[in-house]
Design a protein around this ligand. Structure first.
Ligand code: DAH
Length: 360
């Protein structure tokens, strides 16, 4: 029978002498591997008499444990020595200039919303807000779009399951910012001058439509308001936004349930090297929906339409950004591609001001 004590001493000496992880692995195979010396002893236990096994068993298992833990300890020591050796050779020169950290940029939609707020603040408009999860009444009914109205079908609405709303109201994702008109009239006394920028949702997706996009709504309610006020406001706004005095508007009769009369607003463009540039009147692009607030909408908000009149308008913020800054695929707005954001984004401190030239 092999002398356990000398085998133990031999194995520990070999482990101690192993100068590399490979050498240590070789010792492990020699002792604990399938054909290893310690493994052979463990196998021999099967042939022993019960009495013999009672004394030899603990001794052989003790040997296995001693060898196993010596290998583990040596492995740790070799690994940390290797790490220390690597750390000693790697140096960082702290005197080198740091690489440019990637600076975040302001998304064109945020930039355009800030530009709009700045332009309209100068005309005395406050910013109003409403919830993106709306109810049917604010989004449609109060805006003179009753349940059977075909305009409901045109909006591709995302509805919530019927029982999900509070007080059994039909809840939905607002399809436009127009419900903010209703909320403002219900909560504020005229005179009212607000814009309401925000997210809206429709089940639609292609190069010019995304299921979520941004609109801005404008609302003025006071006594003696007429379409002349509407036209002046839009003209002043679009000249400031496109930063050109030669912006020409064309108001086309149109239909919206919540305005009467209604007008779609086109802005004139000129072709320069085959590209459309805002200004002049070689061609026309539709930019806004607008009109005089329908008396029924005013009445739905508890105001007397014989006393108060007003105008409203609405447009897509993303579309305005595309026209002003020359992007052509709306989907890229919401892809979160850093290269796109770097190219079209604005510096964080590039806050739009009228004096500095909005958007400059
Ligand atoms: N809510 C309309 C839409 O989403 C846009 C609009 C048109 C808003 C005319 C208005 C308006 O306030 O007067 O298509």
């Amino acid at each position: 029978m092999t002398d356990l004590a000398s085998l133990n001493a031999q194995a520990l000496a070999a482990i101690d002498a192993a100068a590399s992880l490979d050498a240590l692995e070789a010792v492990r195979i020699e002792t604990l591997g399938k054909q290893g010396s310690v493994t052979a002893l463990l196998k021999s236990l099967g042939q022993m008499s019960p009495e013999e096994r009672q004394t030899q068993g603990p001794a052989i298992n003790g040997l296995r444990e001693a060898v196993t833990s010596a290998i583990a300890a040596k492995k740790d020591a070799l690994e940390s020595a290797a790490l220390n050796a690597r750390l000693a050779t790697e140096r960082l020169d702290m005197t080198l200039p740091a690489p440019d950290a990637h600076a975040g940029s302001v998304h064109p939609v945020s930039q355009v919303m800030d530009e709009l707020a700045e332009i309209f603040a100068d005309m005395g408009f406050a910013v109003a807000e409403g919830p993106e999860i709306e109810d049917d009444w604010h989004n449609f009914t109060a805006l003179n779009i009753p349940e059977t109205h075909p305009a409901r079908a045109m909006h591709d609405t995302f509805y919530f399951p019927e029982d999900a709303g509070e007080e059994a109201k039909q809840m939905l994702l607002r399809t436009h910012t127009s419900p903010v008109q209703i909320r403002t009239m219900l909560n504020q006394k005229p005179p009212i001058r607000v814009i309401a920028p925000g997210r809206v949702y429709r089940s639609d997706s292609d190069a010019t439509h995304t299921p979520m996009f941004h609109q801005i709504e404008g609302l003025v309610i006071d006594k003696g308001i007429h379409m002349g006020h509407l036209k002046w406001t839009l003209e002043t706004f679009l000249k400031a936004f496109f930063e050109r005095d030669d912006v020409v508007l064309r108001l086309r009769p149109s239909y919206f349930p919540f305005t009467e009369p209604s007008a779609e607003v086109d802005v004139g463009y000129t072709l320069v090297n085959g590209k459309r540039v805002i200004g002049g009147s070689e061609g026309w692009m539709e930019v806004l929906g607008s009109g005089m607030v329908h008396p029924r909408v005013i009445a739905a908000c508890g105001l007397d339409p014989n006393e108060y009149q007003g105008f409203a308008f609405g447009t897509g913020v993303d579309r305005l950004a595309m026209l002003k800054y020359g992007m052509d695929d709306l989907r890229a707005f919401f892809d979160g591609d850093l290269r796109w954001l770097k190219h079209y984004g604005f510096a964080a401190l590039d806050v739009p001001t009228l004096s500095g030239g909005v958007g400059a």
